[in-house]
Each structure stands twice: as structure tokens, then as C-alpha cells.
Design a protein around this ligand. Sequence first.
Ligand code: UDP
Ligand code: MN
Length: 284
Amino acid sequence: MTPSDLPPALVADRPAAADRAFVTLVTNAAYLPGALALLRSLRLTGTGADLAVMHRRLDAAQQDQLRALGARLIRAELLDTSEAFDVAHARDALHARAAFLRGAKPDFHTPLDNFVKLRLWQLDYARCVFIDADALVLRPVDRLFDFPEFCAAPNVYDGLDGFGRMNSGVFTARPDPATFAAMMAHLDRPGVFWRRTDQTFLQDFFPDWQGLSIHHNLLQYVWTHMPALWDWGQIRILHFQYEKPWEDHAKVPALRPLIDLWRHVAAGGTMPDLMALPAPPVPA
Ligand code: UDP
Ligand code: MN
């Protein structure tokens, strides 16, 4: 395959080097530290898959940082959605209509950008595993390429109700222009509102999403809110949903061991012995 196999909305810096790829998304420089740490963690697993970064609004030096870690860079346009869709999903409009009550979103989080994730289905790979830029891979996960489309994990972080909702931070997919076209037709219809953007959309589009365990997308709030679920022996991918580990935020002290782990890998360290890490504090 060559970069010319991609549609005009996607511009790659080189051809694909494998037919499988781990894919992430960086639509502004605020997510760059996350993507760099994610790439480092993937490289530590020794995977032979491509590491692909769909990006927007990164300058040449920022792109070089990703390339230096072996990433294939693919510049991605916003989706070609209607003005009504864009107005409904603008940051302030979305936050007013569907406030985030269970955790804080960083200022740089831009809801409309999240939908660029769907361009994964336009990529020139046979199989993809998407991973949010704010996640860290702790153990090899190549076997996810043998999972069918579409598998995701539940959005478990502060209660059992989370098992009924999907989290779109990690999922398996098979790019296909026909699937992408079907998605666009379902996504942008009069009056439609996806309160948690791509996540709400993907759960609706793939109602049979429940293929991954919580350990393939373990959310950082499990540490503080549901410590009984924490198992360093099981966890494959740790996901820093809401507040980001490269920011200073109010929950840093409570999440200290997780943030230290992220910062260690981000600084170029090797994966520590996970079994030697502390267990979460259990409330009395
Ligand atoms: N993202 C991005 N720019 C944005 C918002 C999101 O590039 O303005 C990408 C990035 O890969 C990020 C993912 O979409 O990890 C989902 O957003 P986020 O992780 O902030 O959501 P959360 O996991 O907190 O729900
Ligand atoms: Mn995330």
C-alpha cells in the first residue's frame, strides 16, 4: 500500500510498513506528551505493528518528536459534518448541555476533534487497535489484532453502572471505506446530539461492542473509586481518563503511583516490575 491509497482528508508521511497498526490521535499539541509516552510504552512491548498517529495542528518540530519514536504520521482533516452538527458539538455548547459531573476535562479537550477518530476506518491497514493518547500500554497487546471488529471495554470507574457503557479509549477495528460511509450517514442527521462524542456514537453504531475486559482499558479512577477491581497482574492498558498525567491537577496526590508510572515511561524509562507496585488504598 502507498500513501496514495488514502483519501485526500488523510496525508501520510510514508507508506504503511505493516498491515496492522496501533493508532492514536493528536489534534492539538496539548495531547503530544500523551502520544509520546504511549509510543514509548508500545515500543517497550516489542510489537511489530505500525505505530500510526493521526494528527492536526502540530508544527514540524512536534511531528519530528513523534517520528523519532518510529511513528507514521498521518495528517487528518476534521470530518465533513454539517454546520448544525458542528454548532451542537462545539465545546461550550456540549459542556452546557451535557456537563461532566464525575471528573474534570482539561481546557484543551475539544469535543469536535474527537470525531476525527472515526477516520481510522479510512486508513490503509487491514486491522487496527485504537488507543487514546492519554493511555499507557503496560504489557504486549498484539493479540488484540486477532479480535474481531468491534471490541471495546466498559466505562467502569465509579460504579457498576459503568459496565453498561462503552469507553472509546481502546478498541479493535477493520478499516473499510464502506464502514466509514455508513458511519457518516449515521453520525450527522438532523437534530442528532452525541453527548460523549465519538464514544456515544461508537456505542450506538456497534451495539455488540463488549469484547474487551476492563484490563485492556483500565481507567485511572478505578484506583480511588473501585480499588477492589485493581489487579497489577491483569492490567494491559492504563487509561488516564479526565485529568491528564502531564498536567498538575487536584487528583495528583490520590493517583500518585499511577502518575509516577506514566512519568517514568514518558521520561524514557523501562517498564518496571508491575507486581512490585503498591496496591491501591482500600477505604475503611
Ligand atoms: N483528542 C485530541 N484532541 C482533543 C480531544 C481529544 O487529540 O481536543 C484525542 C486524544 O487521543 C485523546 C482522545 O481523543 O486521548 C480522547 O479524549 P480524552 O482522552 O481527553 O477523553 P477522556 O479519555 O478523558 O474521556
Ligand atoms: Mn482518554
